[in-house]
Design a protein around this ligand. Structure first.
Ligand SMILES: *Cc1c(COP(=O)(O)O)cnc(C)c1O
Length: 403
């Protein structure tokens, strides 16, 4: 196996495992590789005092230029953006009401969301709504929602509607954004779109969102942060929440400037070149897996149409001598742990995401696949632990933290 001891790797000094991220932009793995322009920007501002609201004024036109919104600012995370935008929809620019939250006495406090959008991205979407003091009003059913559900839920207490764009949500049977916005706007209800992990910075505002929210630390390769973009008054009222519930979601000067730099770098990024490199990784892994007993590897497009493909690796435990989840766990062990995308692994497959690799890691991933599949084939028994045990083990580990 490739030995890539690297004395410059901070993880070695810290005693942390040098994980290779083949799962995508995961908060639990440190989100993404921060682009050098953002690292430099953050380093330059960290020792300096700045008037932070003025720095946010510098973020606004950059966010506006890239998103097509009228204004924007940077907050702690996309998740924070949900709570702040919901708060703004309730309080407007009433500073006393902003300070009173999450007490919503006298305010409109209902926020509509399609049931099929109430997912967990590591925390529940509806909690982001409730944190502001609002009530999440779930409309439709898990896999079906019609405009009449939406329309029927709007009343004089409705403050806003939240729309989530994500592979986590139900991908059929729900109201699409354009129609969603049309129904909401006809009743004077503003629409907040959680587009945390989407590449297209313009389309959701184009399709009727009043505010679109993105993560700085996902595909943009920025520092941990959230981007709020949209209609100027609504963005301002969202910004004003920094004097209220937003205080606990504070973003530092380095993340504001780092996000600006990441956005500017995104404008100039060689998107086609990166796609080509990623396709090369996928082809390498697919070739590595070709002909291996019990393994089927297919390149699939991203479910929410981001310009990104992933390799879906389906495992037949009888032929491969290992289950998909035991293989995922085996890959995550050893001196070069490879973390695959395993949200749906109980179905017998996982994905390999090429978008967060350092050059050279793709070859280590290929050799780890060969190594672990070879070990499994050589075993007489079929390695297949009950999938529920995996969850139990993870939870037990979490409940022991920090031990
Ligand atoms: C990642 C994600 C979030 C959370 O974004 P953060 O910036 O990490 O808070 C919210 N919604 C969706 C759909 C996500 O994918």
């Amino acid at each position: 196996m490739t030995d890539s001891h690297n004395p410059d790797d901070i993880r070695e000094t810290l005693g942390l495992r040098p994980v290779i991220n083949v799962s995508g932009t995961m908060t639990s793995l440190g989100a993404s590789i921060v682009v050098p322009q953002a690292v430099a920007a953050m380093t330059s501002i960290l020792p300096q005092f700045v008037e932070v609201n003025d720095l946010q004024k510098k973020a606004s036109p950059v966010i506006a230029r890239l998103t097509g919104g009228e204004a924007g600012f940077v907050t702690a995370s996309c998740s924070a953006g949900i709570s702040l935008a919901v708060a703004a929809a309730m309080t407007g620019n009433d500073l006393a009401a902003i300070e009173r939250l999450p007490d919503t006495t006298g305010l409109k406090d209902e926020v509509i969301i399609q049931m099929g959008h109430v997912v967990s991205y590591g925390a529940p979407v509806d909690q982001g709504i409730r944190l502001a003091g609002a009530k999440a009003i779930l409309v439709g059913q898990a896999t079906s929602c019609y405009p009449y559900h939406l329309d029927g839920a709007i009343n004089e207490r409705t403050a806003a509607a939240v729309f989530v764009v994500s592979h986590h949500t139900v991908q059929y049977g729900l109201v699409a954004l354009k129609k969603f916005a049309e129904v909401c706007h006809a009743r004077g209800v503003p629409v907040i779109v959680d587009a945390a992990s989407e590449y297209d910075l313009r389309i959701f505002l184009e399709q009727g969102a009043d505010i679109a929210l993105y993560s700085s630390h996902k595909f943009l390769g920025g520092p941990t942060g959230g981007i709020v973009a949209g209609a100027k008054d609504f963005v301002r009222n969202t910004f004003l929440q920094n004097m209220g519930i937003g205080r606990g979601m504070k973003v530092g000067k380095e993340s504001i400037l780092g996000t600006i730099a990441a956005l500017e770098a995104w404008e100039k990024r060689d998107h086609a070149g990166i796609r080509e490199r990623e396709t090369g990784y996928l082809n390498l892994w697919q070739q590595t897996l070709a002909g291996k007993p019990g393994v089927t590897a297919v390149i699939e497009p991203d479910p929410t149409h981001n310009p990104l493909d992933r390799l879906r690796v389906t495992i037949d435990p009888q032929a491969a001598h290992i289950s998909a989840w035991d293989l995922a766990d085996a890959l995550a062990q050893g001196s070069r742990p490879v973390i695959v995308r395993d949200h749906e692994v109980e179905h017998g497959y996982f994905y390999m995401d090429p978008c967060n690799l350092h050059p050279g890691e793709e070859a280590i991933v290929a050799s780890r696949l060969t190594e672990e599949l070879g070990k499994a084939r050589a075993s007489n028994a079929i390695i297949s632990t009950p999938v529920e045990n995996r969850y139990t083990r993870r939870m037990a580990g979490l409940m022991r933290w920090p031990d």
